[in-house]
Design a protein around this ligand. Sequence first.
Ligand code: KG4
Ligand code: ZN
Length: 339
Amino acid sequence: ADEPLVLGIETSCDETGIGIVRGTTLLADAVASSVDEHARFGGVVPEVASRAHLEAMVPTVRRALADAGVTMRDIDAIAVTSGPGLAGALLVGVAAAKGYSVALDKPLYGVNHLASHVCVDQLEHGRLPEPCMALLVSGGHSSLLLVPDITSDVRPLGSTIDDAAGEAFDKVARVLGLGFPGGPVIDRWAREGDRAAIAFPRGLTGPRDAPFDFSFSGLKTSVARWVEARQRAGESVPVADVAASFQEAVVDVLTRKAIRACKENGVEHLMMGGGVSANTRLRALAQERCDAAGIVLRVPRPGLCTDNGAMVAALGAEMVARDRAPSTLSIPADSSMPV
Ligand code: KG4
Ligand code: ZN
């Protein structure tokens, strides 16, 4: 028999993502983003995101069905992000998923956003090795997760104690006047700069610091002070060097801690996900350090690293494949859902 056809719905932040998968095969990944509507505010505005999800939901579902060459009647199960994320944004996706589940009389699977970011790699590189380590870095989270079972046992080893990695990129981009979202612009500028030009601090890397927690707020402040000092002195700001040195401080800490987490837990596979894992320097340094440590690195292509519906469908399909019980229609939108 064919593997089940699963439709995934993601609305935890500013992307309305609808994905369709069959088992571990990606058939459609339609994303409508409201990022442009948030740009002038310098960050995601929850109310604006919720309204945008409502408008984009049905057209994006239609687009995904057309891309996959299937109809709604072919769908065997519905998966939806039930948390964590923006409460009002999650509600739109959860309500839509419940509606489709009832109308089609198909099972509903509420899934965790972070676990989905990990599971999406299956669509590109085949079954996820378990246990694996996952480094998830985005605008909303920065976490190290030990994954013995992607559908039922995901253990947080550490996370950021202040800003998320992507938030640091966004804030530093604002300091440099580069616009929002900051990650991709800093990534581009950094290619022209010298990453050893300025020695910015590496947060929480002392011998007595929590080994797997992150802190990026001190780094962000340090960059802002450095730039202000230049401006006060009437000197020009070497944007490329600041971008490259800041980026190096972030990716140095991320990769160092991720590899240490693998070694201490005897895990041989490291998976990276979240918007920041699209960063070219992070990918290069992680590959270099994994090679040196004998760890296999798995990173999906950038389009699957940022928020999307395919990752939700991928985890839903895995729940079906492992005979996990579907959710009831009373699943909440849980903005602070733990993994
Ligand atoms: O996963 P994502 O699309 O949304 C969530 O936050 O959940 O991640 C968005 C974040 C933003 O902070 C953005 O600046 C960052 O990912 N980002 C990057 C890059 N592309 C996106 N950060 C660094 N380098 C990039 N190339
Ligand atoms: Zn995300």
